[in-house]
Design a protein around this ligand. Structure first.
Ligand code: URP
Ligand code: ZN
Ligand code: ZN
Ligand code: ZN
Length: 468
């Protein structure tokens, strides 16, 4: 049998195995894995790792804000950065801004995703709990194929009370939707921010001191207690430090259905980055904030043990210079007015590979589990996505583990004018990316058009957290 494409003699890495073989691809899917396969097109992968294309389970793309502005990284540009960094599927966020119904916003967002170069699933944000949202909209969002819901325990415009959160959990349970939670204690943070501002502490680093680890840990504990009460799986988003991970480990031990995610910036950057000169520190404002070096060092064991099962970018499309970006309130604005979040779609896999695999803190199979297999399972996309197996989509990244690259923002061709990793030297780079059987990136060139991506509807119930 002759396949359309054969990836020859690569070192195949899955979440469970590392072995050398050929991959035979027919159309958009993997047909077989074996030795000596023949193909109409043969790609020699000798010396390269062949891994499942990355799945970024948390990225803000072309997202509408409550003030009517839209994140500057749109589907076409953000998905370009994704591909150039080895990611072939994303899970992004439909807004729930005032004035329009949730279902309308979900449908409009899904249509905008028609400009994506990568396959995409959608989390639905929930910021209101009126009867229409709870009784009509959440069940309808579940029928429309949302990957899950996101709720916030902080931010002025978004946060839900515990009672509102419980109503969302009830509705999510009825609809079979996992609920992901931004865990920080709103009132306590507001209290510290006000005290900082009254004392004249307005610099970017005050962002970190206004949101200490204990307030993330408290909210995480509370979210898990509420999830336990309803007996419905929740996921803790963007865990920033070990004391939060430890709280999650304790809950998992007693059988609470909770899973967790972290992001490369909590593994590669620290709060010292917020002290950079002038307005530079604003580039590093995200929530929860960057923590200490000791916190960063303490995270890895939770990744190895699976307490934190996913590494997502939490990519945020705010520019540094643009009028809608970090400087939207001027370059002397106090920290509390600077939009939260930083870009990371393109850098997610190279930065994690460099900081985690090259240093021996995680294994190659851990890397694939954290960047592809676990997110596929958690969002009901496995085994179509997130692994290399007959019948799976041929979403593949050919990775040169020896390739040395100095990260610069222009490598990622997005609409964002900076990367927090500018100048970082990494070893290990995606040299070819395939998306559903077609070459999407080769020699740093982007070959996949906007509109090539498809909406991904979860095909299986979202996995029990203990299984990913
Ligand atoms: O700072 C962050 N993480 N901004 C993005 C929104 C969110 O909370 O995920
Ligand atoms: Zn969040
Ligand atoms: Zn986010
Ligand atoms: Zn905002």
């Amino acid at each position: 049998m002759t396949f359309d494409v054969v990836i020859r003699n690569g070192t195949i890495v899955t979440a469970g195995d590392v072995f050398t073989a050929d991959i035979g691809i027919t159309g958009e899917t993997i047909s077989t894995i074996g030795q000596g396969l023949s193909g109409r097109q043969v790609i020699d992968a000798t010396g390269l790792l062949v891994m499942p294309g990355g799945i970024d389970g948390h990225c803000h793309i072309e997202q509408e804000e409550a003030d009517g502005t839209v994140h500057e990284d749109d589907f076409a540009s953000a998905s370009a950065s994704a591909l150039l960094g080895g990611t072939t599927s994303v899970v992004c966020f439909a807004s729930h801004v005032p004035g329009r119904g949730m279902v309308e916003q979900f449908e409009a967002y899904r249509r905008r995703g028609g400009r994506s170069r990568v396959d995409f699933a959608i989390h639905q944000i929930v910021t209101r709990t009126d009867a229409g949202t709870i009784e009509q909209d959440i069940p309808e969002i579940a029928r429309q194929g949302a990957a899950g819901l996101k709720v916030f325990m902080t931010y002025d415009d978004f946060h839900l009370t515990d009672g509102q959160f419980l109503r969302v959990l009830d509705a999510a349970k009825a609809g079979g939707l996992i609920v992901s939670v931004h865990c920080e204690n709103y009132d306590a943070i507001r209290h510290v921010i006000d005290a900082h501002l009254a004392a004249g502490r307005t610099d970017a680093h005050a962002h970190a001191t206004s949101r200490p680890p204990g307030l993330e840990r408290e909210a995480t504990y509370r979210a898990m207690a509420l999830g336990e009460l309803v007996d419905h799986p929740i996921q803790i988003f963007h865990v920033s430090c070990p004391e939060v991970a430890e709280e999650i480990a304790r809950a998992r031990h007693r059988g609470v259905k909770v899973s967790a995610e972290t992001c490369p910036h909590y593994l590669a950057l620290t709060e010292n980055d917020l002290k950079r000169d002038g307005f530079e520190g604003s580039k590093y404002i995200c929530s929860p904030p960057l923590r200490t070096q000791a916190d960063q060092d303490g995270m890895w064991k939770y990744l190895r043990e699976g307490v934190i099962g996913i590494v997502s970018s939490d990519h945020c499309g705010y520019t540094f210079e643009g009028s809608n970006g970090k400087a939207r309130h001027g370059r002397d604005a106090d920290f509390s007015l600077i939009p939260n979040g930083m870009p990371g779609l393109g850098t997610r896999m190279p930065v994690l590979f460099h900081t985690g695999v090259n240093s021996g803190r995680i294994s190659l199979t851990d890397f694939v589990r954290l960047t592809a297999t676990a997110p596929a399972r958690r969002y009901g996309l496995y085994p179509r996505k997130g692994t290399i197996a007959p019948g799976s989509d041929a979403d593949l990244v050919l990775w040169d583990p020896a390739r040395q690259v100095r990260i610069t923002n222009d490598l990622f061709q997005g609409n964002i004018d900076y990367t927090p990793y500018e100048g970082l030297h990494v070893t290990g780079w995606p040299v070819m990316v395939m998306a559903r059987g077609a070459v999407a990136v080769q020699h740093g060139q982007l070959l996949r058009a906007p509109t090539a991506g498809r909406f991904l509807r979860p095909e299986h119930p979202t996995a029990h957290p203990a299984n990913d």
